[in-house]
Design a protein around this ligand. Structure first.
Ligand code: P6P
Length: 315
C-alpha cells in the first residue's frame, strides 16, 4: 500500500504557505542548512578513515581547541549560506567575529554552532549542528524571542534534523538510501515530567547551594531519577525533548555564567523546548528575554519538562 512519506523539503514548503507574503527566501535558507548537514553527516561517518580527525592546533574565541571537523563544518556552512543569497550575516562559534555578506546579501542573520560537542568525535560519540535564525536587523544582537526559526541536527546512529519556526517542533530522519530527510517525529511534545536529569556531576562541589539542592532532589526522590550526560548539548537536549526530565549547565564558582553560549546554544535550544511545551530558565528568567550584551555571552541554563523546571523556579 502506497504510504506518502513527507520529506523535509515538502514540509518546509508547506509551512512556507502558512506565512503570508512569504517569498521562498526562508525556505531556500533552511534547505541550504539541510544540504550542508548532509555533507557534514557523510564526513562524520568516515571521520575515522580520513585524515580529518584531531585538532588544528588553533583555539577559538573561547580558548578551546578547534577540531579539524569543526573547521570543516564551519567553512562548509559559511560557504553554503553565503552563496544561498538569503543570509545577511553569519555568526559562528568558530568565527572570531560575524561575517557580513556583501555579494548576494539576504534577509536573515544565522547564528551557528557548526559542530557542537566536537571533542566527542574522536571517541565516536554523537555530535550536532545548532542553528538560530533572525530577520536582518539594525541591532545585530536581538533577544532570542526574535528568532524566526531554530533547530539542530544530531549526527548519531541516525541523522535527525529537528527544527521549529514557531509552529511546534518536528523531526526528520535522514534516509541514506534516498539522501532525503523524512518526517519521523511529527509535532514533538516534551512529556510534562520525566525521570532523567542531565548535568555534569563532576562540577557538583563548585555549584551553588541552590543548584546542589536541586540536583539532590532528583537523588532523594521516592523514585530516584536516572542520570544521563553525554557531554554534547545536542544529544542531551534531544533526549530530554523526547523522554522528558531536565538538562542543566549551571554556573559554578569558577565560571560565573557557566559555559553555554546564549546566541549559539541556549537561545535556539530554549526556543525548541518552549515550542515543544517545555521550559527554560537562565538567571531566573526566560533566556529568550535576555538582551544580549555581546555575541559570545554565556548564561547558565536549566531546561526541560515543565514540572522539573518549575521545581527549580520554586527553590
Ligand atoms: P562539559 C560541548 O563542548 C559543549 O559546548 C556542549 O555541547 C556540552 O553540553 C558542554 O559543552 C559540555 O561541557 O564541561 O560538561 O564537558
Amino acid at each position: 500500500m502506497y504510504k506518502k512519506v513527507i520529506t523535509l523539503t515538502e514540509f518546509i514548503l508547506k509551512e512556507e504557505r502558512n506565512f503570508t507574503g512569504s517569498t521562498g527566501s526562508f525556505t531556500l535558507l533552511l534547505t541550504q542548512i539541510e544540504n550542508a548537514s548532509k555533507i557534514i553527516a557523510s564526513h562524520i561517518k568516515k571521520a575515522g578513515l580520513v585524515d580529518i580527525l584531531g585538532q588544528t592546533g588553533q583555539k577559538n574565541a573561547y580558548d578551546e581547541e578547534v577540531q579539524r571537523l569543526d573547521e570543516f563544518s564551519n567553512h562548509l556552512l559559511v560557504d553554503i549560506l553565503s552563496e544561498s543569497g538569503q543570509a545577511h550575516a553569519i555568526a559562528s562559534e568558530e568565527l572570531d567575529k560575524p561575517f557580513f555578506i556583501k555579494k548576494h546579501s539576504g534577509n536573515y542573520t544565522v547564528f551557528l554552532d557548526p559542530l557542537d560537542g566536537s571533542s566527542n568525535i574522536d571517541i565516536n560519540i554523537n555530535v550536532g549542528t545548532i542553528f538560530s535564525i533572525y530577520r536582518k536587523s539594525e541591532s545585530f544582537l536581538e533577544p532570542g524571542i526574535k528568532q524566526v526559526a531554530a533547530g539542530y541536527i544530531i549526527y548519531g546512529p541516525s541523522v535527525i534534523f529537528v527544527y521549529s519556526c514557531g509552529n511546534g517542533v518536528n523531526g526528520f530522519t535522514l534516509d541514506p538510501s534516498m539522501g532525503s530527510f523524512l518526517l519521523s517525529h511529527p509535532n514533538i511534545r516534551i512529556p510534562k515530567r520525566g525521570s532523567i536529569y542531565s548535568v555534569n556531576e563532576g562540577y557538583f562541589p563548585l555549584f551553588s547551594k541552590k543548584d546542589q539542592d536541586y540536583i539532590g532532589s532528583f537523588k532523594d526522590a521516592i523514585k530516584p531519577y536516572k542520570l544521563r550526560y553525554v557531554g554534547t548539548m545536542v544529544s542531551d537536549v534531544h533526549r530530554t525533548l523526547l523522554k522528558g526530565g531536565v538538562f542543566m549547565y549551571p554556573a559554578d564558582s569558577k565560571h560565573s555564567q557557566g559555559k553555554l553560549r546564549l546566541m549559539y546554544e541556549v537561545n535556539p535550544m530554549s526556543f525548541i523546548m518552549q515550542q515543544a511545551g517545555g521550559m527554560a530558565i537562565s538567571n531566573g528568567k526566560n533566556p529568550l528575554d535576555i538582551v544580549p550584551s555581546d555575541f559570545t555571552q554565556k548564561v547558565p541554563v536549566v531546561m526541560g519538562s515543565k514540572e522539573e523546571v518549575e521545581k527549580y523556579m520554586e527553590l
